[in-house]
Design a protein around this ligand. Structure first.
Ligand code: GLV
Ligand code: MN
Ligand code: MN
Ligand code: MN
Length: 419
């Protein structure tokens, strides 16, 4: 029974929201933390466990599962016309070290729920459908974030990504091998017609405005930096205050400069000094060497440029005044990304057809869809999360909102696959 033959059947179709919710709660055991969050760093044993579960669940739903050379998992649902490029959805199964139960996995499990619902209803689409788990979206263990989708879109070679190392010196290639997820499929070889990603908003706007669906028009730009502060280690009991070259005090001043520079481009700009580490720390040694990281974002390229210049100026000024060397190296930059008007309209139309309240918005977080937009039409669907909190173990979302997002995903995919 094709949707074309039976439009009413498709029109009235809804996902099984309680099945989606129990799947979310079931998979939350992989990397569960005592505080109710998830620690499932990319390519860890916990990641392997959830990947195994995902592969088995996809196969049980009749999907054909493949893995590429960066560990990205693809699950294909055949269409009536296999000469057409598949219409894809998905997101990521990895989390931050203190992540929650929804960031990433909602988009993957909602895709699985869409496939299951179509199976239950006996609906075949014209184009095939594809469900994807992209390796290392978070970028917490290996930088940059979203590296597998970037390689898929041609921004990096596979070898460049395989060579990236975590803080312990383990490479992506070694980590893939140790969990058994280096697949045979060449990265980027598989053609995709369009990509639609469902995700929690990770910010407060939808909840504050009591809207169920965010129709995402694009993603903001991101710049990542590695930084060092070099001073001089000396005795904490004997070095007079004026003679010190204290790297910690340089970093403290620089952290306040980061805040000032972001506020100068309010309300859009944000900047975060997320990691800082004294090299060989000791209670009775004046800190001599510090490593830190910076995450800087704005929807406008020119603002990213201006902030980078201001950050370098502040580093030089504080360094000179305190007799320290503060150095910034930009390790990654992702330009702001507009999504495809045709796909944005498809998401909007699906939400409208379901009678769901909605608003247009720009994504503050980075997403694989932002990379894929460089190679194919892409768009995103947001649903609210509690208090706008994400990258936190308390991250939470309502079952009804997750189901509504999955319904929008279902109708967007079916519309695109049958167009
Ligand atoms: C990753 O989740 C990011 O948006 O930085
Ligand atoms: Mn995410
Ligand atoms: Mn995240
Ligand atoms: Mn993200």
């Amino acid at each position: 029974d094709t949707p074309a033959k039976n439009p009413t059947k498709t029109h009235n179709l809804r996902v099984d929201g309680s099945r989606l919710w129990s799947t979310l709660m079931e998979t939350a055991r992989f990397g569960a933390t005592p505080a109710g969050g998830i620690n499932r760093l990319t390519l860890s044993d916990e990641d392997r466990a959830v990947r195994d579960w995902f592969r088995d669940a996809c196969e049980a739903a009749g999907l054909e599962v493949g893995t590429d050379a960066l560990g990205t998992q693809f699950a294909l649902r055949r269409g009536r016309d296999m000469s057409r490029k598949p219409i894809a959805c998905g997101s990521h199964l990895d989390t931050q070290p203190t992540g929650g139960k929804f960031d990433g996995i909602l988009g993957v499990l909602a895709g699985l729920e869409v496939m299951r619902s179509l199976n239950d209803a006996g609906i075949e689409t014209e184009a095939p459908l594809l469900l994807v788990n992209w390796t290392n979206e978070e970028g917490s263990r290996f930088a940059p974030a979203m590296m597998a989708s970037a390689a898929y879109a041609g921004e990096f070679t596979t070898d460049e990504i395989l060579a990236k190392r975590d803080a312990k010196g383990v490479s992506v290639g070694e980590a893939l091998e140790s969990i058994g997820y280096q697949g045979g499929e060449p990265v980027g070889a598989r053609e995709i017609g369009a990509f639609v990603e469902l995700h929690i908003e990770q910010g407060p706007i939808l909840e504050a405005e009591q809207k169920t669906i965010g129709v995402v028009e694009g993603g903001q730009g991101i710049a990542w930096f590695d930084g060092t502060v070099a001073g001089f280690e000396s005795h904490a009991g004997t070095t007079p205050m004026p003679r010190r070259r204290d790297a910690m005090l340089g970093l403290a001043e620089f952290a306040l400069a980061v805040e000032r520079i972001a506020l100068a481009h309010a309300p859009t700009a944000v900047a975060t000094l997320g990691e800082a580490e004294i090299v060989s720390p000791s209670r009775n040694v004046v800190p001599g060497q510090i490593r830190f990281t910076l995450d800087v974002r704005d929807p406008a390229s020119a603002v990213l440029d201006a902030m980078e210049a201001a950050l370098n100026e502040a580093a030089a000024e504080i360094g000179t005044r305190r007799n320290l060397a503060i150095a910034l190296t930009r390790i990654w930059r992702k330009e702001p990304v507009p999504f495809h008007p045709h796909l944005i309209a498809a998401v909007d139309g699906a939400a409208e057809g379901l009678g769901l309240s909605r608003r247009r918005m720009v994504s503050g977080a980075g997403h694989d869809a932002c990379n894929l937009a460089g190679r194919m039409p892409a768009a995103m669907i947001f649903v609210p999360c509690k208090d706008g909190v994400s990258h936190n173990e308390s991250e939470s979302a309502e079952p009804a909102d997750c189901a509504a997002g999955a319904d929008v995903l279902l109708h967007t995919l079916v519309t695109l696959a049958n167009a």
